[in-house]
Design a protein around this ligand. Structure first.
Ligand SMILES: Cc1cc2nc3c(=O)[nH]c(=O)nc-3n(C[C@H](O)[C@H](O)[C@H](O)COP(=O)(O)OP(=O)(O)OC[C@H]3O[C@@H](n4cnc5c(N)ncnc54)[C@H](O)[C@@H]3O)c2cc1C
Length: 361
């Protein structure tokens, strides 16, 4: 299962046009040969694991009453939390702020909590973030940071209303990340190679220069037909650090506090509360549909010449200034956010094979 798995069919329905019939001249001139990742145990600088908050029915953005308070949920983003952060947080902010006034509370300081906090501040609200853990101790810090929906939902478990939320969220995130490009936030455009063709490719309306199918005889990856597209990548550590600073600079407060029950939340002074607790929502709000989907990564020493990403069935590589991220595993129901030597060895072996193959030409 690769990052395309579990996506369902909405990404396909967002697509505006196919790409299989593009003329050969349209292929990127640099496609024939690419510098290779040097995969070796001695180059591993970090081994990390995180638990994606996966729900087969997709993320939850909705409001409910908690005593006299308005509680707005924004959690359950699976492998797409970075991708959808601005978008679902805007949907949540719309629900929470309309017709209300005064300070708001945000539970959680992962990417959802920080994005929701910033959007509330942009609308003039005073924000306090209450959180059990701060970056870098969040799942969001582990994420590879590719802006592309993946591991998000099952097509047979969502309805049209959810699909409409998904489309609106993706569209807003896509626009918002573009105005954050650069070293400041660590957001970058990177050409990406995906294995063959499949139903869950990047929606064409969200791809800067269209998608191009490269046949096996012109592919930079021996023996693989690939699809090339451009998308954005977020260096999550840098980004979350900067977002935390932005919240504080705008007058926000952050309080480290873990909540164990709805009653504790009901005791907060704010009348609007945003629930951005990720996998934590399973226990805190009793959402049994939430399950952890563990992902393990081996991070290699940076190679500045690697200016492309790939995501194949046997592994993905995202290049970042803080290291080359080699994934990936998708371990459903695994509760421990820990790496295993076996999985890391498998990841390294798979990427060694991918990078051993020479150029097609
Ligand atoms: C290996 C891996 C690779 C990934 N790659 C990508 C990718 O390339 N692109 C992408 O879009 N997504 C990716 N993801 C998914 C992404 O990391 C998640 O969807 C995202 O981090 C979820 O963000 P969040 O803010 O909801 O949760 P979190 O980051 O987990 O934040 C939750 C916050 O809530 C707090 N909290 C929890 N419970 C409580 C409580 N009871 N009381 C108080 N506070 C509480 C926590 O302390 C934390 O601050 C990846 C994930 C993994 C593991």
């Amino acid at each position: 299962m690769d990052r395309r798995g579990f996506i369902g069919s909405a990404a396909t329905s967002l697509a505006l046009a196919g790409c299989a019939s593009l003329p050969r001249e349209a292929l990127a001139p640099s496609a024939a040969c690419l510098p290779r990742v040097t995969v070796a145990e001695s180059r591993v600088i970090r081994r990390v694991a995180g638990l994606r908050p996966y729900r087969r029915a997709g993320f939850v953005v909705r409001t409910e009453a908690l005593g006299t308070k308005r509680l707005v949920h924004n959690y359950g983003h699976g492998g797409s939390g970075i991708t959808l952060s601005w978008g679902t947080s805007r949907l949540a902010a719309d629900l929470g702020l309309a017709g209300s006034e005064g300070p708001v509370a945000v539970l959680g300081a992962g990417i959802m909590g920080l994005s929701t906090a910033r959007l509330a501040q942009e609308r003039g609200r005073k924000v306090t973030i209450y959180t059990a853990a701060l970056p870098p101790e969040t799942t969001s810090n582990i994420a590879g940071g590719q802006i592309k929906p993946a591991l998000l939902y099952r097509g047979d478990a969502v309805d049209d209303a959810w699909r409409a939320q998904f489309a609106a969220a993706l569209e807003y995130s896509w626009r918002r990340f573009q105005i954050m490009i650069g070293d400041d936030y660590g957001v970058r455009w990177v050409p990406t190679y995906q294995e063959g063709s499949g139903p869950a490719r990047m929606p064409d309306n969200l791809v800067h220069a269209g998608q191009v199918d490269i046949p096996v005889d012109r592919s930079p990856f021996a023996g693989r037909a690939v699809r090339r597209f451009e998308t954005m990548y977020v260096e999550t550590g840098r980004y979350l650090r900067r977002m935390t600073q932005d919240v504080l600079t705008a007058g926000g407060a952050i309080e480290v506090r873990a909540f164990g029950s709805r009653a504790e939340i009901a005791g907060l002074p704010e009348s609007v509360v945003f629930n951005c607790t990720g996998l934590g929502a399973r226990e805190l709000f009793g959402d049994d549909q939430l399950i952890p989907m563990r992902g393990q990564l081996a991070v290699l020493l940076p190679q500045p010449e690697i200016d492309y990403a790939y995501e194949f069935d046997d592994g993905y590589m995202f290049p970042r200034p803080d290291g080359l991220l080699l994934g990936g595993t998708y371990e459903r129901g695994e509760e421990r956010a820990e790496t295993t030597p076996e999985a890391i060895a498998r990841i390294l072996a798979a990427h060694a094979r991918i990078n051993a193959a020479g150029c097609a030409s």
